[in-house]
Design a protein around this ligand. Structure first.
Ligand code: HEM
Length: 390
């Protein structure tokens, strides 16, 4: 009898681990178990904060993301891009400063608004385009950004660039390894565009990955991923019912509030994090213990009690809040207004079609291949943490 106990225990533990990974990695208690384990292995405390007031304060009181989701998962998934969202300390300060410098050289937002609305309307009016699905939406976004950032550039978008964005989406959502050749294609593409448009801003430094990443990641890869996720929420029957959108005329002035609700409803950044090495105090009162990694589940807070939290933040708080809020809102307003109001919108706008690899699980797909990738990746990370290589 006794010799059977150990193998049975091992099989049950492995099965539980696989179930956790397959079904729970993106939500529920599974992600908590895994992320808490990362902290435990580093000898760090962990704390999940869902109270909106405290969460806002904690997002704003530290600008470090420590060794958690961004460092262990997203940073690697973005490679060879160096993701500004994922780095810490002096690298973050340096990259953030350069990002802000770059922003001062960009064309005005009014131009972005005009390009975004015209381009989207053109797709809706076209007799050749019968469907605006998720890949088409990514193409529209890339065409808009190319025209805005590169002063009216209307070169055809290479299909390999769009495929590269899908590869990044897959890897960031922990659903498989992104194709390195496609990623490299995107890197060469952005470097070519930089030479023709922004060389004067950082000159030779542009060849360094920290520099070209500042254009490729926040302006192309991340917004493409976020936009497709937001579109899927806005078009979902659940959201449309809750906000009474069926048969309702949407006013452009009220669209911004609706978009913010759409972002909070199923947030593209499911969990934010902050690292508190020295803790946080109010006088003598301890708010956060030293050596604590704080996790903030944006998706849970955004829909507390089944309702979209009106006062909850969509773009984060403090020094690490979204550095492109105004770009994001200009894009979203001028893309989604036609997509939600044009006479052809009902028949053409179907962003859930081809919406693969969402990090928020709203594509409702988990395959064994993806689970196998997740198991291998987690074992690798746990091993590195055990050996203190992180
Ligand atoms: C499309 C919708 C978008 C949403 C919902 C969104 C949301 C966010 C959120 C919540 C964060 C904060 C992460 C944190 O606090 O840990 C963030 C970071 C960031 N976002 Fe956005 N974002 C969007 C689009 C954009 C765009 C278009 C840009 C660039 C123009 C951009 C640039 C950035 C940058 C640079 C950071 C990192 C800031 C830092 O770590 O210092 N975002 N975004």
């Amino acid at each position: 009898m006794f010799p059977l106990v150990l193998p049975l225990l091992a099989i049950s533990t492995i099965s539980l681990f696989i179930i956790l990974i397959t079904k729970q990695i993106r939500y529920g208690s599974g992600r908590e178990v895994i992320l808490n384990l990362f902290c435990d292995l580093k000898g760090r405390r962990h704390r999940w904060v869902t109270d909106p007031t405290l969460a806002r304060r904690l997002l704003g009181s530290s600008s470090s993301k420590g060794i958690g989701i961004e460092h262990l998962l997203s940073f690697q998934a973005f490679r060879p891009i160096v993701s500004l969202e994922s780095v810490n300390d002096s690298q973050w300060m340096r990259m953030k400063e350069n990002f802000l410098t770059l922003k001062t050289h960009l064309p005005p937002l009014e131009k972005l608004a005009e390009i975004a609305e015209n381009k989207t309307t053109q797709y809706l009016n076209s007799d050749q385009i019968l469907l605006i699905d998720s890949p088409t939406l990514v193409k529209i976004l890339v065409e808009i950004m190319q025209a805005w950032l590169f002063h009216g550039d209307s070169d055809p978008i290479p299909p390999a660039l769009l495929s590269a964005i899908e590869e990044w989406r897959k890897e960031i959502a922990v659903k498989g390894r992104g194709d390195p050749n496609l990623k490299l294609f995107a890197v060469n593409w952005i470097q070519h565009k930089i030479r023709g448009n922004y060389y004067h801003v950082f000159e030779e430094n542009w060849s360094h990955e920290e520099y070209w990443s500042l254009l490729l990641q926040p302006f192309f890869v991340s917004p493409a991923i976020n936009l497709a996720d937001i579109a899927t929420t806005l078009a979902s029957s659940e959201f449309r019912e809750e906000f009474g959108l069926e048969g309702k005329k949407i006013d452009k002035g009220a669209l911004e509030g609706l978009l913010l609700s759409g972002i909070r409803y199923n947030h593209p950044f499911p969990v934010l994090e902050r690292w508190y090495p020295d803790g946080l105090k109010d006088g003598d009162q301890v708010i956060v213990d030293p050596n604590t990694h704080v996790f903030i589940p944006m998706d849970k807070i955004g829909r507390e009690g089944g309702k979209v939290g009106e006062k909850w933040v969509a773009f984060g708080v403090g020094k690490r809040a979204c550095g492109g809020r105004e770009v994001a809102m200009t894009l979203c307003t001028n893309i989604f207004y036609p997509l939600m109001t044009h006479e052809k919108a009902g028949e053409k706008f179907k962003p859930w079609v081809g919406h693969a690899f969402s990090g928020r699980n709203n594509d409702q797909k988990e395959t064994w291949r993806q689970t196998w990738f997740q198991v291998k990746l987690l074992v690798k990370i746990l091993w590195r943490l055990v050996l203190h290589k992180e």
